[in-house]
Ligand binder design. Structure first.
Ligand code: AMP
Length: 213
């Protein structure tokens, strides 16, 4: 099973992904996380990736599709995986179709839609644990101890691209480059809608659709 969580930055894909992956025992493949690891580890591609990510632009398709092919080729993805943040362009969606065909697997796409003012507020208040990846929100999901991760105790970080001016660029990129992917899947009858302001609501809709199939 290949699950794709689709939606603008800040709709809650990461939180929903963590819970679904635990439920179905499949790995959470977040292209944003993988790209940030390249940056942190200063890999050969890392410096180029940083320029795009820090500015809020999409990383070129060739780099991202290589990263995804490499990740989903690992043994833990043999029974399926959940994609969070991929595909973000029609070209990437075509590439994913090829990957699914090669593996003989079906793609289940879920679109999560949240109003833009909610997204901006959420992203500005989002904090992440750089060590274990846990996601917090200073407004509605704060850590128990001031700015420390509940799970591993590491100091929480505010992502460079979760700042007002970069968020605007990311949302523009989403409208221009990523939204057309929804039409691509819509025309093929592949996209189910799972919108909701709360992750529980979104998860229930997704589980309802998956368990009917
Ligand atoms: P995310 O953590 O999903 O919000 O992604 C953070 C940033 O990583 C994005 O703003 C892009 O710069 C880059 N990125 C993540 N996934 C992709 C993708 N599929 N295609 C291009 N760039 C991506």
């Amino acid at each position: 099973m290949i699950i794709v969580l689709f939606g603008a930055p800040g709709v809650g894909k990461g939180t929903v992904a963590e819970i679904l992956c635990r439920r179905y025992g499949i790995p959470h493949v977040s292209t944003g996380d993988i790209l940030r690891t390249h940056i942190a580890k200063k890999t050969e591609a890392g410096e180029k990736i940083r320029e795009f990510v820090d500015a809020g632009f999409l990383v070129p398709d060739e780099i991202v599709t290589e990263v995804v092919r490499d990740r989903v080729g690992k043994t833990d993805c043999a029974k399926g995986f959940l994609l969070d943040g991929f595909p973000r362009t029609v070209e990437q969606a075509r590439e994913l179709d090829k990957i699914a065909a090669e593996r003989g697997e079906k793609i289940h796409v879920f679109n999560i839609d949240v109003p833009e003012d909610v997204i901006v507020r959420r992203l500005c208040a989002r904090r992440i644990c750089p060590k274990c990846g846990a996601i917090y929100n200073l407004e509605f999901r704060p850590p128990k101890k001031d700015m420390l991760c509940d799970c591993c105790g590491a100091a929480l970080a505010h992502r460079h691209d979760d700042r007002d001016e970069i968020i605007k660029v990311r949302l523009r990129e989403y409208g221009k480059m990523t939204k057309p992917v929804l039409d691509y899947y819509g025309k093929k009858g592949m996209a189910a809608h799972a919108s909701g302001l709360y992750s529980e609501e979104v998860i229930n809709k997704i589980v309802g659709v998956l368990e009917k199939k």
